[in-house]
Design a protein around this ligand. Structure first.
Ligand SMILES: [Zn+2]
Length: 241
């Protein structure tokens, strides 16, 4: 029964038909491998399409990702920056929106406070990071033909983390790696700064008014003053002549 179920699950010929029409072992192995791969690929793609963290990842076409990896120079710095891009693209980098889902925190961007922080907000929209993002994007746009440039916030974020969706230009890939790294590094610095320097409470209305009890001072009653007798005056005898 287990064998019948497995064959049905992976869309393979039934055991009965195999007994009636046996195949060479090598051919059968290839058929099984192909059927199992197709089953799991389709299942994972279906599940991935429901994950919001994979919103920027093209799960049906990963050829661009293979191309992107081949454009990364083999030095530690470039590989680390490319790895960061892949973490964001694959949804394994934790933004505030994920912290909200997993830890029940506020999803609002802790740096600008304007909107929910996800990959698109951080990389493309966060107003607090525009001083880093804008000059780099200007340079990248000058190298990218306008018809191939991003047309929305989501596409701008995609350009920064997966430029192979737009071009194979090595210089643009390097600029995008550096920009992604600068944004995430600056973001982390800003978060650490905010954690170490929590905002001071507003002076208006947050400090409870203090009511002190009236102070009563009871001074001890002093006895009537008694005149202090003066010590007798010393009379010095004149020195003997
Ligand atoms: Zn923000």
């Amino acid at each position: 029964m287990g064998l019948i179920r497995l064959c049905f699950k992976y869309n393979l010929p039934s055991p009965h038909s195999i007994i009636l029409d046996p195949q060479p072992i090598d051919k059968w192995k290839i058929t099984v491998k192909k059927s199992v791969t197709v089953y799991w690929k389709e299942k994972l793609q279906l599940e991935a399409s429901s994950k919001s963290t994979l919103g920027l990842l093209s799960i049906t076409n990963n050829e661009n990702l293979k191309k992107a990896s081949s454009l990364v120079p083999l030095n530690t710095n470039a590989v680390a920056k490319h790895r960061l891009q892949m973490r964001i693209l694959s949804g394994t980098f934790t933004f505030q929106s994920e912290r909200a889902r997993f830890y029940g925190e506020d999803p609002t961007c802790t740096i600008c406070g304007d909107a929910e922080e996800d990959a698109t907000h951080c990389l493309s929209d966060c107003s607090a990071i525009s001083h880093i993002r804008d000059p780099h994007l200007k340079k990248i746009s000058s190298l990218l033909p306008p018809e191939f440039g991003p047309t929305s916030s989501k596409e701008t974020a995609l350009l920064i983390i997966a430029p192979s969706n737009f071009t194979n230009n090595k210089e643009i890939h390097q600029l995008c790696r550096n920009l992604c790294n600068k944004i995430i590094t600056w973001r982390q610095g800003a978060i650490n700064h905010n954690l170490n320097n929590p905002p001071l409470p507003s002076l208006a209305g947050n400090i409870p008014s203090l009511h002190f009890p009236p102070i009563s001072v009871h001074l001890p009653v002093l006895p009537p003053s008694i005149p202090t007798p003066h010590p007798p005056l010393l009379r010095l005898k004149p020195p003997p002549l």
